[in-house]
Design a protein around this ligand. Structure first.
Ligand SMILES: *Cc1c(COP(=O)(O)O)cnc(C)c1O
Length: 295
């Protein structure tokens, strides 16, 4: 099953401060792989959808916030592969462009309170959902399960790994980072930029799935927490776009690029490094900024 012909495009960023430190920065453009199912999400969904089709599940059910890139991608993929999708949304009184797309693509939405949502990983809650939707394949939030991680091992296919000293990846649930680590070569140092506050537990999650040691997680570029942003971040993302004609999202890749620039400026990344920055997409979520400004 293939949604995309994986033509991998990389864009080289030229900036005088990179040249000064003899640093090469290439961006792997997963944001360009598909107009709707962009970034890392297709990789995480691929084997989940395959599993749903194989077991003749009636639908695929998953969870997310109101701007979830994961649910957005799932809704479109469901439409494409002819399988019903159900989205459990955090928050009871929300509607926006992301959810409107989901509805247009046939996803059935259920809204639950934030406090109820917080219990969603608990077995009891999953059991309750499974009882309510018995013929649904339940995929955890962000597509973070074995199928999701397996799909993410394919992200680097076709990349000449020997060319890079560093691979940079944004981390939400860690499924993508885990896949990148699995497919990395010994000479790559894999940097994971946490998009969430208090994300240290993610390192334990990662260790459950790898024995490799060639990775480091950065925890100081979350800007106050998941999906939080301030003027400094907004300015950085907009400046970056103006200068390099490359759009970043505010939840993951914008924070990661900000962090990477900071590390380079602080010389925490040695001169002469060759860096591959994985642009994991998420640009549909930038519509939240417009929505905020319209208020
Ligand atoms: C979902 C997402 C991530 C995080 O992926 P995980 O596998 O959950 O860590 C990173 N970047 C973007 C743009 C995303 O939408």
């Amino acid at each position: 099953m293939d949604l995309l012909k994986q033509t991998l495009i990389t864009t080289t960023i030229s900036d005088s401060f990179l040249t000064a430190q003899n640093i090469t920065l290439d961006v792997l453009r997963l944001d360009l792989i598909h107009p709707e199912v962009s970034g890392n999400k297709w990789f995480k969904l691929k084997y989940n959808i395959q599993a749903a089709l194989d077991q003749h599940a009636e639908s695929i059910l998953s969870f997310g916030g109101a701007y979830s890139n994961h649910l957005h991608a799932l809704a479109f993929a469901g439409k494409l592969f002819g399988i019903k999708t159900i989205g459990i949304i955090r928050g009871e009184d929300v509607m926006n462009a992301t959810l409107t797309d989901c509805i247009d693509w046939g996803m059935e939405l259920h809204f639950i309170s934030r406090s109820e949502y917080r219990t969603k990983h608990e077995d009891e809650f999953i059991e309750m959902i499974q009882r309510k939707f018995p013929s649904s394949l339940v995929v955890p939030e962000g597509g973070n399960n074995e199928s999701g991680r397996k799909g993410c091992e394919e992200i680097m296919q076709g990349i000449n790994l020997e060319k890079y000293s560093h691979l940079c990846c944004a981390v939400g649930t860690g499924a993508t980072f885990t896949g990148i680590i699995a497919s990395s070569s010994k000479t790559n140092h894999v940097l994971g930029f946490s998009a969430i506050k208090n994300g240290l537990y993610l390192e334990d999650e990662i260790r459950k799935h790898t024995t490799k040691e060639n990775w480091t997680m950065l925890h100081s570029y979350h800007f106050g927490g998941f999906a939080k942003r301030n003027n400094e971040l907004i300015f950085f993302v907009q400046q970056f776009k103006a200068k390099h004609h490359l759009e970043l999202d505010y939840v993951y890749t914008g924070k990661m690029m900000f962090g990477l620039y900071d590390l380079i400026q602080k010389k925490s990344i040695p001169s002469g490094s060759t860096i591959l920055f994985i642009h994991s997409g998420g640009l549909q979520g930038n519509r939240s900024l417009q929505q905020e400004w319209l208020k």
